[in-house]
Design a protein around this ligand. Sequence first.
Ligand code: AMP
Length: 431
Amino acid sequence: MFENTVFGRLDQKLQHAIKDAGYETPTPIQEKAIPYLLDGRDLIGCAQTGTGKTAAFMLPILNHLVRVRRPRRIGHPRALVLSPTRELAVQTAENVKRYSKYAELPFACLIGGVSQYGQVKDIKKGAETVVACPGRLIDLMNQGILYLDQVECFVLDEADRMLDMGFLPDIRRIISKLPKSRQSLFFSATMPPPVLKLAGELVHDPASVTISPETPTVEKINQKVMFVAKSQKDALLAHLLEQHPEWNRVIVFTKMRHGADRVVKKLFRAGINCAAIHSDKTQGQRTRALEGFRRGDVRVLVATDIASRGIDVPDISCVVNMELPLETESYVHRIGRTARAGESGAAISFVTQEERGQLKAIERLIKKSIPVDRDHPFEAQPDLPPPAWVAPMRGGQNNKGGAHGPHGKRRRKSFIGRRQVDFGQKRGGHK
Ligand code: AMP
């Protein structure tokens, strides 16, 4: 079926499922990683979400489970994937389900925030693959429901995020329960020294695959910056949504949870269907929001960074950064929600004067400067002198600094009634 690609080396049952998923050719990370994994090698993969990395590790693991059958032992899975967030775990489990549909490989997805009842039931049915977040996994191990002594393939996904979230002690504990002889896969979007150290503890003689951040996935995203005062950001967002009715799936990122709730309230009042996902929301609320977004009932999903990794929803028209992320790398993860697997997408960042430094850091990371879109009614122009008619009036209001404000800096000014935004080539381009 896939004779000329690495997919052709997989079991027929998996190939059928891949075909059903609509994949025609492997993505670069699949092309590079699958042969090593089929040979049983350990792997360090430096790749971001959106590159097809889930299939890159899941397909060879499922292939091993199909081809090397063993008597099923309840509560002793053969493959374990560790995910930092519930959303990512659910998505990975959905992929497991999708790829193993002809192979009869039971699995369980173990996440916190929901009852363990259904999850224990899946374990008792003989789950061979377990996708889990560290907390719930340890919980079930402590209860004597799950044991890791038969794990043959172990994946640590989004290791950098795991460390950011403080999971290192949990991860060490989990690794200590794994058998010494196993295949270990380690994925991370970034490889700072603490992450590399953890990788060193986990893998043996690994193959290494890097899909650099300058992948076409990010290149394809139409990135824009809009300079705007903090107080005008909500209004600018509402304006853009009104100007672009064709944007039917938009993700809006905020730095803080209460910021996300505030945006949702404002959009809701403006009659826009929206929902928030962040760590204060229950698992049920998060799942409902994501499902609504996937179905298209929820037009705007407002999320914090914790929720941002691994949101795998196709056809996202636009990503809006209400604030730039605190961690520079998060910018790439955020905008990677659009332009998944070869599609093109748009990403707009609202930037205040105070955020200029962060913007420069992001531009250094992605090694390009992001074009500024000044054609919107809420434009703040900190670098330009205010128009002549503004200066005397403003100067009169503030004797300390005249038109340039108390510290000699030019003050921001909003201009209402500028030309309508035409957000470029994307207009009408998104379904
Ligand atoms: P991931 O990086 O694993 O989150 O995958 C991103 C998206 O790409 C998911 O929607 C996958 O279903 C999709 N995908 C993965 N591999 C392929 C492929 N070979 N061809 C087309 N789409 C793919």
